[in-house]
Ligand binder design. Structure first.
Ligand code: BES
Ligand code: MN
Ligand code: ZN
Length: 500
C-alpha cells in the first residue's frame, strides 16, 4: 500500500473518499437512558464539520466504535465521498482505537470498489503517533485470507493519504516505518494462513530464505543431520515421527557499527502441523493446528521489518520448524530425551511438543552469543483458558526486560498480560527418572509450560509470549479479517528498536 502525507485542508483534497473520525463529546460517565451523544467530527476543517452536521444531529448516528456512515457528493468537499467512522467517547479515544478505526475504514471501503482514500488525522493525538497508527491499522485491515477462493475479488486499497499537519519529513518517516511494519505483519499472516500441505518445514525455510535474500539478511537452514549432530535431542524427538524433514532456520542481522553486545535472539515455534503425535488430539478442530507455526512466522516477519528499519543492534532469528506426527518412528509417552543443554526430559505427553523444540532453540541462541531472548509460540490451550482471545500471555525471568517489552507493547498497540513464573511451579515439572517432565498437568498449564522453557533460558534475560489464543482471529472484527492476526510482530520490532 502506497502512503502519502498531505498537509492540505481536507475539503480541498480531490480523492475517491475522505475519512474522518467522529467522537462523542457528551459526558460519557453517565449512563442515563435517553442520553443523547454529542457527536463532533475530529477534524479542524469547518467544511467537513458542516457537511456532517445534519447527519450527526439527526439522531441516526449512535457514535459507538466502528459505526460507519458514508455520504456521497459531500457539498463543498472536493472528495467524491465522506466516510464517517465513529470512535466512541472523546476522552477514551487513543492511538490504539485510531489504529483499529483505520482498519475498519479500509474494510468498509475496499468492498465498495474504492482503491484509495485520505484519512484525516484526528486532533488530540500527536501527529506522528496518528500517522503510525493509521498506516499500521490500514495494513491490518487490508489483509484477507481468501487466496484459494475462486471467487476472490482481490479488493485491496492501493493508496492511503494521511492528512496531518506537522514536520512533513518526520511524518513521512513515520508513515514509511509503519508501512514496513504493516507489510511485514501481513507477510507473517500469509505464512500462517497456508495449510500444512502447502507450508511444510522445507517450504517455510524456503520462504524465509527468499525473504532474507530480498532484504539483505544472512540465512542458514539446517536439516535433520545437523540437528542430530548438534545434539538437539528435544527438537529431534518431535521431528523423528514425521516423514517431512525438519528445518532449523537461522536468520542473522548484523548491521555495520552495531556494538558486539547486546545481541538479541528471537526464537519461534514452527510446528507446521500439530496432530499431538502419539498423544493424538481429538479430530474436532484439529484443522486449526496448521497455525502452530505462528510464532516462527512472526519471527520471520519481524526479521524482515528489522532488516528494513535498520536499528543499530545485532539480532538473530531462529525458527525450529517440524511437524508433530504419530508414526512408527514417533516418540512415545515415557521416552526420555536429552536436550542440547544436556538436561534430560521425560516425555509425558507428546502433544507438549512446542516446549521441546523451543528448549533447543533457546539454548542454541545462547550458544550463538545472544544476551537477550524473546520467544513466541502458540504453546498452550491453557493460556486461552486463562486470558481468552484478547490478551497474549507474557512471561519473563527478568523485570527490566519485562518493563522494556511492556513499553514496546503499549506503543505497538498490542494487548498482552504478564503471568507469574514463581519457583513454586517448578514442582509440577519434576520427574522421578529424568531432570524434568514435559507436561505439568492441567492446572496452570501455561505457567508450567513457561517454567519448562525457563530451564533452558537459565540466567539469560528472557521473555516468552504464549500467543495460542491471539494468533488466530476466531471471527472477523470491523478492523480485521477472520484468520491469522500477526500478533506480537509489532511489539517485537518496537522492542528491538528500543536497543538501537
Ligand atoms: N499447539 C498446542 C497449543 C494450542 C492450543 C495452540 C490451542 C493453539 C490453540 C500445543 O502444542 C499443545 O498441544 N499443548 C497442550 C499441552 C499439554 C499436552 C500439556 C495443550 O495445551 O493442551
Ligand atoms: Mn501440541
Ligand atoms: Zn503445538
Amino acid at each position: 500500500m502506497k502512503t502519502t502525507i498531505s498537509s492540505t485542508t481536507p475539503s480541498a483534497l480531490e480523492i475517491e473518499c475522505l475519512v474522518a473520525v467522529v467522537l462523542d463529546h457528551s459526558n460519557s460517565a453517565s449512563n442515563e437512558k435517553n442520553k443523547k451523544p454529542e457527536l463532533k467530527v475530529a477534524a479542524s476543517d469547518p467544511a467537513v464539520a458542516a457537511v456532517a452536521a445534519d447527519l450527526l444531529e439527526s439522531g441516526e448516528v449512535s457514535g459507538k466504535p466502528f459505526e460507519t456512515n458514508l455520504l456521497h457528493k459531500p457539498a463543498s468537499l472536493k472528495a467524491k465521498r465522506l466516510l464517517l467512522i465513529s470512535g466512541g467517547g472523546v476522552k477514551k479515544f487513543s492511538s490504539y482505537d485510531l489504529r483499529r478505526s483505520a482498519g475498519a475504514a479500509v474494510r468498509a471501503l475496499k468492498t465498495r470498489g474504492i482503491r484509495s482514500f485520505a484519512f484525516v488525522a484526528p486532533q488530540g493525538i500527536p501527529a506522528e503517533e496518528s500517522v503510525r497508527a493509521i498506516v499500521e491499522g490500514a495494513h491490518v485491515g487490508n489483509f484477507d485470507p481468501d487466496y484459494y477462493r475462486s471467487d476472490r475479488k482481490d479488493q485491496k486499497i492501493e493508496e492511503v493519504t494521511i492528512i496531518a499537519s506537522g514536520d512533513t519529513g518526520a511524518l513521512e518517516k513515520s508513515a514509511n516505518e509503519a508501512r514496513i511494519v504493516g507489510e511485514s505483519q501481513n507477510f507473517t499472516r500469509d505464512l500462517v494462513n497456508e495449510p500444512s500441505n502447502r507450508m511444510t518445514p522445507t517450504i517455510l525455510a524456503e520462504r524465509a530464505k527468499k525473504m532474507c535474500a530480498e532484504v539483505g539478511l544472512r540465512c542458514e537452514v539446517y536439516g535433520a543431520d545437523k540437528i542430530k549432530e548438534m545434539k538437539m535431542g528435544a527438537f529431534w524427538s518431535v521431528a523423528q515421527g514425521s516423514d517431512e524433514p525438519p528445518a532449523l532456520i537461522v536468520m542473522t542481522y548484523e548491521p555495520a557499527g552495531a556494538p558486539a553486545k547486546p545481541m538479541l535472539g528471537l526464537v519461534g515455534k514452527g510446528i507446521t502441523f500439530d496432530t499431538g503425535g502419539i498423544s493424538i488430539k481429538p479430530a474436532d478442530g484439529m484443522e486449526k493446528m496448521k497455525y502452530d507455526m505462528a510464532g516462527g512466522a512472526t519471527m520471520i516477519g519481524a526479521m524482515r521489518a528489522i532488516a528494513l528499519l535498520k536499528p543499530k543492534v545485532k539480532v538473530i532469528g531462529i525458527v525450529c520448524a517440524t511437524e508433530n506426527m504419530p508414526s512408527g518412528k514417533a516418540q512415545k509417552p515415557g521416552d526420555v530425551q536429552i536436550a542440547m543443554s544436556g538436561k534430560s526430559i521425560e516425555i509425558i505427553n507428546t502433544d507438549a511438543e512446542g516446549r521441546l523444540v523451543l528448549a533447543d532453540g533457546l539454548y542454541y541462541a545462547r550458544q550463538l552469543g545472544c544476551t537477550h531472548l524473546v520467544d513466541a509460540a502458540t504453546l498452550t490451550g491453557a493460556v486461552v483458558v486463562a486470558l481468552g482471545y484478547n490478551n497474549a500471555g507474557i512471561f519473563a525471568n527478568d523485570d527490566e526486560m519485562y518493563n522494556r517489552f511492556h513499553a514496546a507493547n503499549a506503543k505497538a498497540g498490542e494487548k498482552m498480560w504478564r503471568m507469574p513464573l514463581d519457583d513454586e511451579y517448578k514442582e509440577q515439572i519434576r520427574s522421578t527418572i529424568a531432570d524434568i517432565v514435559n507436561s505439568g498437568g492441567r492446572w496452570g498449564g501455561a505457567i508450567t509450560a513457561a517454567m519448562f522453557l525457563k530451564e533452558f533460558a537459565e540466567d539469560t534475560p528472557w521473555i516468552h509470549l504464549d500467543i495460542a489464543g491471539t494468533a488466530w482471529m476466531e471471527e472477523q472484527k470491523p478492523w480485521i479479517a477472520k484468520g491469522p492476526s500477526g500478533i506480537a510482530l509489532r511489539s517485537l520490532v518496537e522492542f528491538v528498536k528500543s536497543f538501537g
